[in-house]
Design a protein around this ligand. Structure first.
Ligand code: SAH
Length: 368
């Protein structure tokens, strides 16, 4: 439960900071000062913000807070990936994963506590749905990671260089909070990450893909996973509402104004389900007119899963077929598997599952 009603500054975008300080009768440069203390220096104690007057520091401490999610456990994987289980103010827990690579550091961020979409190969689905994350709970995951991994002095080489909204939840079902958090990711006073280094992954909420294009067109990944509606209906039930042709039209609109941009098509490799040569052929056919690249994701099993991962030979053959048919195709390296930090293995701890059914009904009936 919230202990008080202080404003968590991690929930504010730059214009919101401006309004916040204006309401306090403060000059607008306070926005840049405080945002930089928080995001460039990782300072979360107002007393340490030495270029603010004592009076302002005291005022801020009385009405505001910089509250990060709390660490429950940190699980480092043998390959350098780290999975954090983080507790939110109401007791719910979410997972955030850091994936280091030679030339970058990617943070995989959650957008909801649980998920309503019920994709049949995803373990988050088995956890039910509790609620959307607030803006502060999304930006808080990034600040938590940056402070934990070390914020470099003088804005030197940063540890978190890329952000993927691929953790728990469907980011486009929490549109307003996710896009506000993206503004903070891109803001130079905050994380200052470029638009193409932020990737939002969606199961395919068509109207929200269009809204994202008009709001903050970050890199887009789409969980396609099947080349025809009959199969996709089974794997990603949201397909019954937004079938493949509608989804791919939205993808084409998304990249229409930028000839260099491509959509990443995610395709989980499920043994004997979607991994046959005929599927590769169909996939190449449906993607013919869509500027895209395919990312094959080896299925990551979890307790109770009804699928198996395709063999390595199968996955490579599937890739070869697609490449021969002219589709750029990569195989996603599985990271953090030993600590269940891989795609679709994030579960957190969800307290309240009761609203999930209602959310699903609203979604299917009204498109909300
Ligand atoms: N809801 C969003 C983002 C979360 S999942 C979406 O659907 O895109 C991030 C990616 O992991 C998605 O492509 C998802 O389909 C994939 N995924 C889910 N479960 C998986 C599993 N068990 N193995 C491999 N990938 C999985």
């Amino acid at each position: 439960m919230m202990t008080d009603d202080k404003t968590n500054l991690l929930g504010l975008t730059r214009p919101m900071f401006d309004r916040f300080f204006a309401a306090l009768g403060e000059k607008s440069y306070r926005t840049s000062q405080v945002m930089k203390w928080i995001y460039h220096h990782g300072v979360i104690d107002f007393a340490a913000m030495t270029n603010l007057s004592n009076a302002l520091r005291a005022k801020l401490a009385a009405i505001a807070e910089i509250r990060l999610p709390e660490l429950v456990t940190a699980q480092p994987s043998a390959d350098g990936t780290i999975k954090w289980l983080l507790r939110l103010a109401d007791g719910n827990c979410i997972e955030t994963v850091f994936i280091p690579e030679t030339d970058r550091g990617t943070l995989c961020v959650s957008s909801q506590v649980g998920c309503v979409l019920n994709c049949t190969f995803c373990s988050t689905a088995t956890q039910g749905y509790s609620r959307d994350l607030t803006v502060a709970e999304i930006t808080g995951q990034i600040l938590f990671a940056a402070r934990t991994l070390g914020i470099p002095k003088n804005r030197g080489h940063r540890v978190v260089t890329n952000i993927v909204l691929m953790g728990m939840g469907e980011p486009l079902l929490n549109f307003d909070n996710v896009t506000a958090a993206i503004e903070v990711m891109l803001d130079d006073f905050a994380f200052g990450i470029s638009r193409r280094r932020v990737t939002l992954s969606t199961a395919g909420l068509v109207p929200a893909i269009d809204r994202l294009r008009e709001t903050v067109p970050v890199s887009l990944a789409v969980s396609l996973h099947a080349p025809n509606d009959a199969l996709r209906d089974r794997l990603v039930p949201l397909n019954r509402k937004y079938p493949i042709d509608k989804l791919l039209s939205a993808c084409r609109r998304y990249v229409a104004e930028n000839p260099h941009k491509r959509i990443t098509m995610e395709y989980v490799m499920l043994k004997d389900i979607n991994d046959l040569d005929s599927h590769a052929q169909q996939l190449a056919q449906v993607l013919k007119e869509v500027p895209s690249k395919i990312n094959l994701i080896p299925f990551n099993p979890f307790p109770g899963a009804e699928y198996q991962c395709s063999s390595n030979t199968r996955i490579r053959r599937f890739q070869d077929r697609l490449m021969q048919l002219g589709c750029p195709t990569m195989i996603r390296k599985t990271r953090g598997e030993d600590v269940a930090a891989a795609c679709g293995q994030l579960v957190g701890r969800v307290q309240d599952r009761t609203r999930r059914q209602q959310r699903w009904k609203n979604l299917v009936h009204d498109g909300k």
